[in-house]
Design a protein around this ligand. Structure first.
Ligand code: PBG
Length: 307
C-alpha cells in the first residue's frame, strides 16, 4: 500500500572541492561534510557512484577571489579541473556543477556589484554575461548539467543559447528556479567560504512570503529552457515544491539545505531525535510532495540505509 519509496537514484550528493587545501577539511557547522582537495575529489565521486548514487553537485572554492569572479570561468579554475579529473576516471557519475559567482567574488555576492553611496546594487546583465562564460567553461570541462544558483533574471535563456552555440546541446540545465532568501544557508556559507561581506541576498533571492511570485519566476525559467526545476530550501517551502511539480510537470528537484541538515544533526547529537528515522521521514515527505530528485548532504548515508 506504500505509495512513496526511496531509491538511491533519488539523491544528489553536494561535494565541495577546494584549491586551498591538500587534505580533507571538515566543516564545523555541518558534521559529516568536508571540503576535499583536487587530489581527493575523484575518489569521492567514485565512492558516491559505488554507493549507487547517480549524481553529484559540485561546488568550488578557488585559491583567490577578485571583483570579477575570474576564477569562476577560468579554463583552469577549480571546478573545471575537478570535472575533467572526475570525468576521466569515473565517466558514469552524472556531474552537475553549481554556476554562481559568490565563491569567486571578493565581496561574496552572487553577482557583479556597484556601490551607490551606502547602498549596493547587483548588476543583473553584467552578471549574466559572467554566468554564461562560467556555464560554457563547465560544459567544456565535461559537466553533464549546469545548475545556476544565482537567481539573476534571464540567465537560463542566455546560458541555453550559449551552450547550444558552442555545440553543447546535450548539456542540461538544472535551474534554481525558486530559491528563497533563507536563513538556512548559513552553514553552507562556511563550507563554500562565500558569506556576503556587506548587505544580504534579498534583492536577488525570493521573499519567503511569496508563493505566486515564485511560480512566476519558475514559469520564466521553463520558457527560457530549464530542464530541471529546483525549489530551495526544502521543508519550509514544501508547498512551493508541490505546486511547481503539479503546475509544470517537469522534472522537479528540491535542495535540502545546509541549515536544515545542521538542525537535525545538532538535535541528534543531543539525543533529541533519531537521526536516521528523521532523515528517512523528511526525504519520504519531499518525494511524496513531488520531488523527483533531492540534493542532500545525507545522500551517502541514505544510499546505505535504503539498500
Ligand atoms: C550559492 C549557493 C548557496 C547555496 C547553494 N548555492 C548559498 C547562498 O545562496 O547563499 C546554499 C546551499 C545550502 O545551504 O546547503 N549561490
Amino acid at each position: 500500500m506504500r505509495e512513496t519509496n526511496l531509491t538511491a537514484h533519488d539523491f544528489i550528493l553536494p561535494l565541495f572541492v577546494s584549491e586551498k587545501i591538500d587534505k580533507e577539511r571538515p566543516i564545523a557547522s555541518m558534521p559529516g561534510v568536508s571540503q576535499y582537495s583536487l587530489g581527493e575529489i575523484v575518489d569521492q565521486a567514485q565512492r558516491a557512484h559505488d554507493l549507487g548514487l547517480q549524481a553529484i553537485l559540485l561546488f568550488g572554492i578557488p585559491r583567490d577571489k577578485d571583483e570579477q569572479a575570474s576564477g569562476a570561468f577560468a579554463e583552469d579554475g577549480v571546478v573545471q579541473k575537478a570535472v575533467r579529473a572526475i570525468k576521466s576516471k569515473c565517466r558514469d557519475v552524472v556531474v552537475i556543477t553549481d554556476v554562481c559567482l559568490c565563491e569567486y567574488m571578493s565581496h561574496g555576492h552572487c553577482g557583479v556589484t556597484r556601490m551607490d553611496g551606502e547602498h549596493f546594487h547587483v548588476l543583473n546583465d553584467e552578471t549574466v554575461d559572467l554566468l554564461v562564460k562560467t556555464a560554457v567553461s563547465h560544459a567544456r570541462a565535461g559537466a553533464d548539467m549546469v545548475a545556476p544558483s544565482d537567481m539573476m533574471d534571464g540567465r537560463i535563456g542566455a546560458i541555453r543559447e550559449a551552450l547550444d552555440a558552442n555545440d553543447f546541446n546535450d548539456t542540461g540545465i538544472m535551474s534554481y528556479a525558486a530559491k528563497f532568501a533563507s536563513v538556512f544557508y548559513g552553514p553552507f556559507r562556511d563550507a563554500a567560504e562565500s558569506p556576503p561581506q556587506f548587505g544580504d541576498r534579498r534583492s536577488y533571492q525570493m521573499d519567503t512570503a511569496n508563493a505566486e511570485e515564485a511560480l512566476r519566476e519558475v514559469a520564466l525559467d521553463v520558457d527560457e529552457g530549464a530542464d530541471v526545476l529546483m525549489v530551495k530550501p526544502a521543508l519550509p517551502y514544501i508547498d512551493i515544491l508541490w505546486r511547481v511539480h503539479e503546475r509544470f510537470g517537469k522534472p522537479t528537484a528540491v535542495y535540502h539545505v545546509s541549515g536544515e541538515y545542521a538542525m537535525i544533526k545538532a538535535a541528534a547529537e543531543k539525543g533529541f531525535v533519531d537521526e536516521r528515522a528523521a532523515v528517512l521521514e523528511i526525504m519520504t515527505s519531499l518525494k511524496r510532495a513531488g520531488a523527483d530528485m533531492i540534493a542532500t548532504y545525507w545522500a551517502r548515508e541514505l544510499a546505505e540505509w535504503i539498500r
